[in-house]
Design a binder for this molecule. Structure first.
Ligand code: F0G
Length: 459
């Protein structure tokens, strides 16, 4: 018999409480947090969809690995296991451990970047862009045009526009390109996948011009799921083989292992080029730690090595992708404008469409994030003009191309009833949408303002 219900392919051995709050309490909490969900405390949140990063539940095997962790400063056994797992997956010779993704980014983009350099990506994630810009270089996003239309159905909306890539390389000069970066899946662009075909084309362009191609591979297993089920020729590949093929087309990779390695902390850089690897290893030792632990403890490395294998388990990936789609498709049917098709790790809501009465410089996405918290204690994140907006010379907002709110789903953490609770909340959100007001920013830092900015509702 073929069942309709996708069950969670795990049993629960250890639980942690969900703190239930009232709407009245949440009004006070959000006010104290200056209307920025990042500034809420975790026990003020009922369903935490802020991020899928570092929020996974580890398996019994991973916890067993924690006990095996070898905490030697140099040459730890746990490092050997982590290095083997990454080499097996990436096929790359030089592996550098880091405490998380942005540490890998700081090292590699600090080395490759600097004034006059350009980086090109489908979409740079916010920390990727910040590290590149912090080095003095520029970061340009060139996803295919389809990626900017949230309601348009396309199997690989994460793809790069190869015509623009070729033009940009010619215009800037190949020597001035720091690297081309494929973000799989395209987190800031709706969690949408990149096809193998597009990866091959990008790889060929980079090879032709002698430009480095890097993979931002946080969610490479989820991307592999989409390739197997959407792209011709991969039906008989395993998910791991698909990921391996993708790595084989690139010169290096940076991973925040807090996503598809199913751990709470960890990351790495994988490189083929010896000279780059040596320069990066020096930076690693100065800022992260010795080359056999980066910023990680032995137990972290052990859990990472195990998680990187578990994530390719077909029943896990099927549950993962289909349960995300379950939430997204329900919202879509109710008339909530969601980014289609549903991505791998999150459901993205088009707040510009939902709150069409709120102008972009009053941050409709922030308004929805606040509403979801107030109504149901659901914490989400705005991925729009709060995160990516810039100002022109006159201090006028240059808005982001989309005003999205991300409901990112932690791996192996929530059950179907949690998801039903979230779906129910949207009945209320839809009913009251006309009365919701926009926000203004009252305080913001120069980089990555969404983390710490303060907001005030516009009266
Ligand atoms: N690249 C991508 C595509 C990411 O999604 C993230 C993190 C990073 C790099 C940086 O990794 O957090 O380990 O330093 N994304 C998290 C998120 C924070 O919520 O999407 P990190």
């Amino acid at each position: 018999m073929k069942h309709k219900t996708i069950i969670e392919p795990f049993k629960i051995k250890s639980v942690e409480p969900v703190y239930v709050t009232t709407e009245e309490q949440r009004i006070t909490y959000l006010k104290t947090a200056k209307n920025n969900p990042f500034l809420l405390k975790s026990d003020q949140v009922i369903i935490d969809f802020l991020t899928d990063s570092g929020t996974s539940a580890m398996s019994a095997e991973q916890w067993a690995g924690i006990m095996r962790g070898d905490e030697s400063y140099a040459g730890s056994k746990s490092w050997e296991r982590m290095e083997d797992a990454i080499k097996h997956l990436t096929g790359m010779e030089f592996i550098l451990p880091t405490h998380q993704g942005r540490a890998a980014e700081r090292i590699i983009y600090g080395h490759l970047g600097g004034p006059g350099k350009t980086f090109i990506s489908n979409t740079h994630f916010d920390t990727t862009r910040a590290n590149i810009e912090f080095s003095g270089a520029e970061a340009i996003d060139i996803a295919i045009d389809e990626s900017n239309d949230p309601s348009l159905i396309h199997p690989f909306k994460g793809n790069i526009n190869t015509d623009r890539l070729e033009k940009l390389i010619n215009e800037k000069g190949a020597d001035n390109i720091g690297a081309v970066i494929l973000t799989v899946t395209n987190n800031s662009g709706g969690g949408q996948p990149i096809s193998m075909q597009n990866t091959r084309e990008v790889s060929a362009i980079c090879k032709k011009h002698g430009v480095l191609l890097l993979l931002d591979c946080c969610r490479v297993a989820e991307n592999a799921y989409f390739i197997k089920h959407r792209e011709e020729g991969f039906e008989n590949y395993t998910y791991e083989q698909i990921a391996q093929e993708m790595f084989s087309l690139t010169d290096g990779a940076a991973m925040s292992s807090k996503k598809d390695a199913l751990v709470n902390m960890g990351g790495f850089l994988a490189l083929r080029d010896k000279e780059i690897a040596e320069a990066c290893t020096m930076l690693l030792i100065i800022t992260e730690g010795f080359a056999t632990y980066g910023g990680l403890s032995g137990r972290d490395m052990e859990a990472l090595a195990i998680g990187l294998k578990e994530v390719f388990d077909p029943s896990y990936l099927e549950y993962r992708i289909k349960s995300t789609a379950y939430l997204g498709e329900h919202l879509h049917k109710m008339g909530v404008p969601v980014m289609m098709p549903i991505g791998g790790h999150a459901v993205y809501i088009d707040a510009k469409k939902l709150y069409s009465h709120i102008p972009v410089d009053q941050y409709p996405g922030q308004a929805l994030a606040c509403e979801l918290y107030l109504k149901a204690g659901i914490r989400t994140v705005e991925i729009g003009s709060v995160m990516f907006g810039k100002y022109d010379e006159n201090g006028k907002l240059i808005p982001a191309p989309m005003e999205l709110v991300r409901l990112a789903i932690p791996r192996r953490v929530y059950t179907q009833s949690h998801i039903e609770y979230v779906i129910e909340t949207f009945d209320e959100i839809l009913k009251e949408k006309e009365s919701v007001k926009g926000y203004k920013i009252t305080k913001e830092p120069k980089f990555l303002r969404h983390f710490t900015a303060h907001f005030e509702q516009i009266k």
